[in-house]
Design a protein around this ligand. Sequence first.
Ligand code: PFF
Length: 452
Amino acid sequence: MAEREMWATRIGFILAAIGSAVGLGNIWRFPFQASANGGAAFLTVYLAAVLVIGIPAILAEFVIGRRAKTSAIGAFSKLGRPRWWFVGAIGVVAAGWTLSYYSVIGGWVIRYIVGATTGAALADPGTYFGTVSVGIESVVVHALFMLLTVGIVAFGIEDGIELATKFMVPSIVVLLLGLAVYAFTLEGAGAGYDFLFTADFGAIVDNAGTVIPAAVGQALFSLSLGYSVMITYASYLGKDDSLLSDGLTVAVANTGVGILAGLVVLPLLAIQSGGEISAEGGPGAVFVAIPTALAELPGGSVVGQAVGFVFFAVVLVAALSSAISLLETVVAYLVDNYGFARLPTAVGLGAGIFLLGVPSAWDTAWLTWFDNISVALFLPLAVLFVVLFVGWVLGADAVAELREGSNSPGIATVWLWALRTVVLVAVIGVVALNLYDLFLVPDEGTYFVPPL
Ligand code: PFF
């Protein structure tokens, strides 16, 4: 059998993991989730969730991946616990599921790069979104985005994903920084910062049942946890470097870029709405509000079009570097377990997942439903099982693995006990809140019945 692929460099792995984490979750999902769930209160719970659950859990996924050196489903047998294969399977299914609608949004972004540049998207943003986000127009750009994703994954780990993300991640950071500085100079930006940084803790307490699961879900989604992606990426690690510092780097970078994206998006949302950031909007929020703000920028339409081009180009790059991680997770499973060749596997899966996404492309009600099921059901369940598995089943082996290549071995034991106790209890709480919301509260929040 051919030798298994590997990252060429450690920084290549870190950038690919950051590329996976930083995506539509930070730029498209965060603003409308935050505005629906109390702004800064949401950010507070989000940050707490990154610390308490996110960092321990990303290390858990890294440990599984690097120790097993195979993709997510086979990893559990490799670790001598074949009965736990279903944990990887939930993640792999969830990765394909999520890519199906992620690609639809990625398609809209492609459309908006063109629409912003020509000015068409800025003329009447509501109508524009209404036209391009549904029906055949949306299906076509969904196909295009999927094609780009397949194109990168087909080249493999080193020549595809590593090479692409090495350019993508730095460009996202530089361009977002530029846009954030520009947004800072705009009149009316202040209301956006207030929204992001002035927490109303009363709001968290009053709405704990919805704010907490939404913010925790957002934090874990944003770190790409629960979809077997970080297991898969870590399985391509060759030599033992400190997983601890890799995990911290990814978490800090993702949160930093998330806040940076907030510093671009929220001032624009505030300007466009005259200071009141509303809870309305859902998946269309960014696509309608940003062009509306762009059209109002000082300097006239040329400035709006230029800024719009840069903004949507950043979003596209961020979306692609996440989409490739979702596709890779499913591809890696078929390549590792059945010995399939990478190219036809990537193409075949891309086609299948494209078809699964057609309902979401056709009608945004489906997209919202797919997203809810992904983040409220698949994700918390998978994270729960990962935490249980690494904490209570792998146990000492997990500690040994985290210690490999690390120069702070004591932390590994603290981490294990955190997983076994605090993290586990927190995740059980989140799963319970989500299941309650999903199955017992019809008409409000998330709901498991599809929009037929
Ligand atoms: N973390 C990505 C984002 O925030 O857009 C989305 C994502 C990618 C989630 C990969 C899960 C995943 F496995």
